[in-house]
Write a protein that binds this ligand. Structure first.
Ligand code: EPU
Length: 339
């Protein structure tokens, strides 16, 4: 276990917010996590992965535990599929690239999603018609209260849109140390039904796309409209896309033209939060050191020196305006840490 007192978290969060942590710990193995919990069991730590979905509002006195467990291991194989076990501290996109290079299918649509492998199940990461839950076998996780290890299978994780048991009932109760995936070796299920992906595949005259084609296309789409956190601080989508009742959707359509939507069930409709935010006049606007991205209204950016508090205040302005105009309450996708 590495321990640091008083360090800046600027390089540990993709918003690039410069706050100070007075108790920063790095775990390189499962055993180090267990030992840490047994020693510090009164104080619930803040668990840090890649720091790509977190907003620190203030300096942090609480223990921070950064999970840096590495390793990609093939643990089982048949003619049709492989089972791969991955350390929580692996960078998600490095792992996706590894699967593409080995021609293992299932994660290609999730190319270039920021963050680490261990955080991926918590919010059931998803993009371009795929979600983590489609390939997830199980994960190993350590109880923050007891230090005991438990294995969660796919059903036990209770995955849903951008959520899982780790965001709901067991929020902050477990630390994921390792994730296992089931990936295809042949007859890959190529999925390019998501409109922008289908367009790019067609425009490039690709008739039978491989997983590599899908991965490269997703890469192009994401790089063209999502800002690179290395160049400009951000955490991707700041809010979730709200899911509303069909009746409310109809009412909305009476007031607004061409409301984009995805049907999620018989009576529920998901509306892009980006559209609601753009309609409130927020796309590409700057407010002090923060603002929304000019190519995507759902992404709040740090122009350089924004404090966590400033970004938070700006996000709440957006939230209030959307509520006032559309009577829809946006819910943060990013984890907000007070102190
Ligand atoms: N739109 C606007 N204005 C904008 C941008 C988008 O009106 O500035 C509307 C358009 O109608 C567009 C629709 O929103 O068709 C959807 O936009 P997009 O395809 O970019 O997807 P999204 O719903 O905003 C979700 C995820 C992204 C993921 C993309 C692609 C959430 C909260 N976000 O965004 O995930 O990359 O789909 O699948 O579900 C993230 O979680 O950090 C993230 C970036």
């Amino acid at each position: 276990m590495q321990k640091k007192n008083k360090i800046s978290l600027k390089n540990y969060n993709s918003f690039g917010v410069d706050v100070i942590s007075s108790n920063f710990n790095i775990a390189n193995s499962e055993q180090e996590i267990i030992d840490f919990i047994k020693k510090n069991n009164i104080d619930e730590p803040i668990i840090l992965g890649g720091g790509t979905n977190i907003l620190f509002k203030n300096n942090i006195d609480r223990n921070i535990l950064k999970i840096q467990i590495k390793g990609i291991e093939l643990i089982n194989e048949t003619e049709d599929y492989v089972i791969v076990s991955v350390g929580a501290g692996e960078v998600w996109n490095d792992f996706v690239n590894w699967t593409i290079n080995n021609d293992y299918g299932g994660l290609e649509n999730l190319t270039l999603i920021p963050g680490n492998v261990g955080s991926a199940p918590i919010q059931n990461i998803g993009a371009y018609g795929a979600e983590l839950k489609d390939t997830f076998e199980n994960c190993r996780a350590i109880s923050v209260e007891t230090g005991l290890l438990r294995i969660f299978n796919n059903t036990e994780c209770k995955f849903s849109y951008r959520s899982s048991i780790f965001k709901e009932k067991l929020r902050n109760k477990y630390i994921i140390s390792n994730v296992t995936f089931k990936l295809s070796k042949k007859n890959h299920q190529i999925n390019f039904s998501y409109k922008p992906l289908e367009e790019i595949i067609k425009n490039n005259h690709i008739f039978n796309p491989t997983i590599k084609d899908i991965s490269e296309s997703v890469n192009k789409i994401r790089s063209s409209k999502l800002p690179d956190p290395k160049l400009i601080g951000n955490c991707g989508s700041f809010f979730k896309n709200p899911i509303i009742d069909k009746i409310d959707y109809k009412k909305l359509c009476e007031k607004e033209k061409n409301v984009p939507f995805y049907k999620t069930s018989e009576n529920k409709i998901k509306i892009p939060a980006a559209w609601l935010i753009e309609k409130c006049g927020y796309k590409g606007i700057r407010d002090g050191n923060t603002g929304t991205h000019d190519k995507h209204a759902l992404i709040i950016v740090n122009y350089g020196n924004a404090s966590g508090y400033e970004i938070f205040e700006f996000s709440q302005k957006i939230k209030n305006d959307v509520l006032r105009k559309f009577n829809i309450l946006l819910e943060e996708e990013v984890n907000i840490i007070d102190k």
